[in-house]
Design a binder for this molecule. Structure first.
Ligand code: AMP
Ligand code: ZN
Length: 137
């Protein structure tokens, strides 16, 4: 299913041209127009889902296979020192385009001055632990 008002639907399905690194029946992988680093790529499913919660399970599973395939070529080809695979759901989590996508961000030693993905580590409280374990058991 596509959403006519969604830019990533248009890009993923080839209605808007993009720098495409990889394409198959279900996905297109493109270069990010405002890269955090050289080689920053986005994995876009061709079907519309706003976020991970809306994405069918089998498409979610396949997205990780595409991440491995394309991430490996990027990492070897660019000789980077690391690679972030990240994915934002919802505005508070940093999502700005509401069509599911996964970021592949090649990383080099010392680039933390330019790329910030850190948080202030907290402490797991007994209360939180019980509450969250209770969601699963
Ligand atoms: P997020 O903040 O996780 O929603 O990421 C959205 C990403 O999409 C950002 O890294 C943008 O630079 C990128 N982006 C937005 N529009 C385009 C576009 N037309 N082509 C390529 N990348 C885009
Ligand atoms: Zn879409």
């Amino acid at each position: 299913m596509r959403d006519d008002n969604c830019i990533f639907c248009k890009i993923a399905n080839g209605d808007i041209p993009s720098a495409t690194l990889y394409e198959d029946e279900d996905f297109r992988v493109i270069l990010d127009l405002n890269p955090a680093a050289k080689g920053h790529a986005l994995i876009l499913p061709k079907q519309h889902a706003a976020n991970l919660f809306e994405l069918p399970e089998e498409v979610a599973a396949k997205a990780m296979k595409v991440a491995k395939k394309v991430g490996t070529v990027l990492a070897e080809g660019l000789s980077c020192d690391g690679l972030n695979v990240l994915q934002n759901n919802g505005e508070p989590a940093g999502q700005t385009v509401f069509h599911f996508h996964m970021h592949l961000i090649p990383r080099w030693k010392g680039d933390v001055k330019k790329i910030h993905m850190t948080w202030e580590p907290g402490t797991l409280t007994a209360e939180d632990k019980e509450e969250i374990l209770g969601l699963f058991h």
